[in-house]
Design a protein around this ligand. Structure first.
Ligand code: ADP
Ligand SMILES: O=c1ccn([C@@H]2O[C@H](COP(=O)(O)O)[C@@H](O)[C@H]2O)c(=O)[nH]1
Length: 283
């Protein structure tokens, strides 16, 4: 298979790992990376040698398009729209995820927010894993990509909290100044969230209100992943997850259905509870 920019590093080895692919979407600074980190930590994967990890996280930011010199100059002043779907290389995301799903090892660039550019010097090698988390603001936007996910999570944190987190993060970690952060937020980030990101919440199997603070939802997701991993090691072959999923009577398929239903119920119940008790939150 031919992946642009040589990202595909060749055919799978004998022990083919065809991963369970989880999409993690949500607005900027909603806690997508923190949720993924928590999942990895609870599964004891975070500090593990990355060649041996069973669970890996990939960021959609590694798939931004390269900017022209004129776009770079705009980006420096917060005047480039990084929140529009056109800012991403959709085809490369698709081809890379397809390669991962086939059990290929792939290489992707890092991302340097200080220079608004892909970091080809610090490439990240994604070794075949059992579970792959793919997180980003628009991971459910493109239908072809959306259809690749076995499970879709949406991290739902309110806009005030997200802005309050984004401002210090962009200043302290991404080398911005306050004016640039607010200009970019008001001009592009907020309108694009409403137009492109927020509508994709309806595609989620599980909505995680309050992001990483929602330990109940995270524990359920972690338990589900543990079940998948145990199931896989019990059956001895990593490709069994795929087989079980394509066969509606398989253990994994049933576990996913139970999990999905349970989480939907939890989400609905908590929304109904807060809707009915709006006045309680004022105390
Ligand atoms: N539950 C939380 N409580 C406090 N701060 C948080 C929480 N979740 C995330 N943050 C902080 O908010 C910022 C954005 O979180 P991050 O996980 O990077 O969001 P995203 O990946 O959605 O952009 C980071 O600085 C992170 O440390
Ligand atoms: O060069 C860049 C690239 C992206 N951004 C902003 O980042 C967020 C997406 O990352 P999150 O971690 O989900 O916040 C997006 O809203 C872009 O506006 C950037 O500012 N500069």
């Amino acid at each position: 298979m031919d992946v642009e920019n040589g990202h595909n590093l060749g055919p799978p080895t004998n022990d083919v790992k065809k991963p369970f692919l989880i999409g993690v979407a949500g607005g900027t600074a909603s806690g997508k990376s923190t949720v993924c980190k928590k999942i990895m930590m609870e599964l004891g994967q975070a500090d593990m040698d990355h060649t041996k990890r069973q669970v890996v996280t990939i960021s959609q930011d590694s798939f931004y398009r390269e900017l022209t010199a004129a776009e770079e100059a705009k980006a420096f002043h917060g005047l480039y729209n990084f929140d529009h779907p056109d800012a991403f290389n959709e085809q490369l995301i698709y081809e890379t995820l397809e390669a991962i799903l086939k059990g290929f090892k792939v290489e992707i660039p890092g991302y340097d927010y200080k220079t608004n550019s892909l970091d080809h010097k610090n490439k990240i090698t994604i070794y075949p894993a059992d579970v792959v988390l793919f997180e980003g603001i628009l991971v459910f936007y493109f239908p072809k990509i959306r259809d690749l996910f076995h499970m879709k999570l949406f991290v739902d944190t309110d806009s005030d909290t997200r802005l309050a987190r984004r401002v210090p993060r962009d200043i302290n970690e991404r080398g911005r100044d306050l004016d640039t952060v607010l200009t970019q937020y008001m001009t592009y980030v907020k309108p694009a969230f409403e137009e492109f990101c927020s509508p994709t919440k309806k595609f989620a199997d599980v909505i995680i209100p309050r992001g990483a603070d929602n330990t109940v939802a995270i524990d359920l997701i972690v338990q589900h992943i543990r079940d998948l991993l145990n199931n896989r090691s019990r059956k001895g072959s990593s490709s069994n997850i795929q087989l079980a999923m394509s066969n509606e009577s398989g253990d994994s398929y049933q576990a996913i259905r139970r999990f999905s239903t349970l989480c939907k119920e939890l989400t609905i119940q908590s929304n109904v509870f807060f809707e009915k008790n709006k006045n309680l939150t004022q105390h």
